[in-house]
Design a protein around this ligand. Sequence first.
Ligand code: TNX
Length: 509
Amino acid sequence: LFFSCKPEKEPRHLNLPKTDLTQADLIPKPSTTKATYSAFPLDQFTTIHTAPDSSGFNNVALFLADKLKDLTQLRVPVNTEFTNQESVIYIHHSDSLSKINQESYFLKINKDSIVLSAASATAAFRGIQTLRQLVPAKASDSIIDYPVWPIPSGSINDSPLFAYRGAMLDVARHFFNVEEVKKYIDLLAYYKYNILHLHLTDDQGWRIEIKSWPKLTEISGVTEVGSEPGDFYTQEDYKIIVEYAAQNHITIIPEVDMPGHTNAASVAYPILNGNGKTPKIYRGTHVGFSTFDTHKDTVYTFIDDVVREISAITPGPYFHIGGDESHVTKKNDYIYFVNKVEKLVQRYDKIMIGWDEIVTADIDTTSVAQFWSSTDNAKIAVAKNLRIIMSPANKAYLDMKYDLESEYGLNWAGYVPVDTAYIWKPESYKNIPQENILGIEAPLWSETISTITELEYLAFPRAIGFAELNWSQPENRDWENYKVRLGNQAPFLEKMNVNYYPSPLIEWK
Ligand code: TNX
């Protein structure tokens, strides 16, 4: 049906349908895949059908229709009264899957239907990403007079290894606007990420409007690293990001870094640093020189207001307090501060996350440590039985240069070429037990990047590898096999206008 019958002439130019589902270029690699060596014809007769009573599933179906239109120009109707019983994509909730894992899904691709069974709307959304990746970039050559995109038949059973699959973006050193963050979200969602952590404040700038402390953004919202002006999100902007992330089943985690990394806050309100001096605006890239006065009541009133205002517009369960590199805060003051701020965050019903230094305070087991450099802190975290987010700088930092030639990035943790970023085992790293690990988060610090093009150069393709480490079972991960699938992401990345780094380790399609 799909291919024309003149292969004797120039068969190499024929765009024949791929029918082996096990050889599809899926990233992350699903848990199990079985091929039945036929195909579902996605074409002008295809419709999507879902349980209309559940808005979550209906939205996932509309999302799929929208992406199919981008890919194929087809307008695939959702939940119309269809008379056609063929070429239907069914999306529905499965009780039995929801007992296994809230994000697991089962995709059954037949010749006349596709059935996506999902534990939740979120799981359906993950399954939809798999389906998007299975649609061929071009329609098949066919003897029929309308285009057909054959989707290889078979079945996929899939669920994530880790529940927390994160990326972090530093919008403080350089600002990235709402549209740029949305584009990053689009790309992360395609690879089944579910967390975007925004590093909203640092020495160089304060990026989120706080209505009760307006000078934060009036004064420190407009500076950044280098000589260009900065910018900030109004609370309305932030809500737009949160909402867009939610449509992509991604949770936003806000970070207000403290007690160090707070020069910008103290420039706006000098009372916060307690040394009686008004600090200067800082546009450099050194770290570790600023601190809040940890013994002043006003400081905690300030933090209370900040946490309250941001928590009120953050539906996700987490609030990140930073806590890193407070080199000029006395050890005891640091501990006192973190202990107090943890209670404050909890009062607004949020779970506290902090960089690994926070484990030196007396924190609760409900709080989460983000391991980035100190193995001693990682040991303490394990001893305290904390949940740990894995961000080891020498593997997971997207701001490390790929190699000597990289135009952007830093190298304090070493060079991180595409293979180094992929070839490690987050589930058995530095004696951190798997039970303690929530998942990997890949931070992108922005000292050396100021445009979305530069952001994309550092994040891609490495962020795609972390997606696989976070989602796929260890036995399904293999560099040689991954390399081929990664090379085949080029058409998608180009279509999305992503300025990925064309690593010479990869044969780009
Ligand atoms: C260390 S990682 C920092 C950041 C820098 C980053 C640059 C961490 C918790 N702190 O302030 O931006 O290195 O790679």
